[in-house]
Design a protein around this ligand. Sequence first.
Ligand code: ADE
Length: 414
Amino acid sequence: MNSQIKDINLAPKGHQKLNWAKAHMPILNKIREDFEKNQPFRGKKVVICLHLEAKTGYLAQVIQAGGAQVAVVASNPLSTQDDVVAALVDSGITAFAWYGATEEEYFNHLDLAVQFAPDLIIDDGSDLVSLLHTKYTDKLDTILGGCEETTTGILRLRSLENAGELKIPMIAVNDAFTKYLFDNRYGTGQSVWDGIMRTTNLMVTDKNVVVIGYGWCGKGVALRAKGLGARVIVTEVDPIKAIEALMDGFQVMPMEKAAPIGDFFITVTGNKDVIREEHFKIIKDGAILANAGHFDVEISKSDLKKLAVEQKTVRHNIEQYTLVDNKKVYLLAEGRLVNLAAGDGHPAEIMDMTFALQALSLEYISKNQELKNKVYRVPQEIDEKVAYLRLKAMNVDIDILTDEQKAYLASWQV
Ligand code: ADE
């Protein structure tokens, strides 16, 4: 199939980015060597629906090295890096994506990815799985299974499973320890502030940062805000997470109290309308709003537009909304994932672990074709293998249990 991309001439710059990522992804390099030898995907077609930047690009090349014919498609219209996509096409991968695709173009690209007729899929946010279970149910029979990257995607998969409608096995990569403990927390923590700081070029120290949602991503965003010298406020709906935030040293209060005092607001809930009309009416003048959840629904753009007397772009990726009394609020990257739509995503070393899980989980599905149509955890041996490979890359050894200690841990007598 022919690729649909912005411009193949951008490939040299994309290769540079891919090479930089590759040089900092030792786990994937090791997996690539094994894949080259063992060819686990020989004769298989794989569709990868992820944020199309350099680390993802390298994952696609690693799966291609394992013998697969690979197609990539964007999981978000604003996170695609056209130079990386051009380099992938230059290296024999099919691609359907360009930066800034309209909603129609975005779904057209997903349609083309389905027509590529994959045996295996990798999804991010479950848009591809959702499309397969609605518009393209006839294509499900030939799909062996897939992997899902995000918390949001797994929520959607579990709804599908609970409704008895899931028609392919899916591995919940997000729920592996070597994923959410590092990617969601430290990856999001670093990349969200990278995206906000490079977009605004403003100081974080001495500001009130409101983190909305204290899941693993929220924990990372709050931790790094503290490190940057901000006063951090957390808002939550879950009483247990609220206690965690308090014991981690943050203030906790409802949005109604946080809205008038926050300078930066970062949504990380996975839910819709967590900043909405009632909050815009009392929000502090000059507030900067950013989203780090999967979909652009957390900050209500329709409420903002309704209340705005004027809207204009004041800097790349910054939209200024003027409300009554000349109050201004600034929305970053159209309320899409700020770390990817206004940055390069998580650091390479973090995505090395996440994408190693993706590659090894996909190999597991390919080898275990008797799997049921369920959402599976990443097998523990894969999770531990990735952890050991990361430690090795960091040049760190750890202790091992003696036989006596193993026996002691396995016994129940006093
Ligand atoms: N790069 C590629 N996919 C990503 C993700 N899900 N989060 C952060 N950075 C990424």
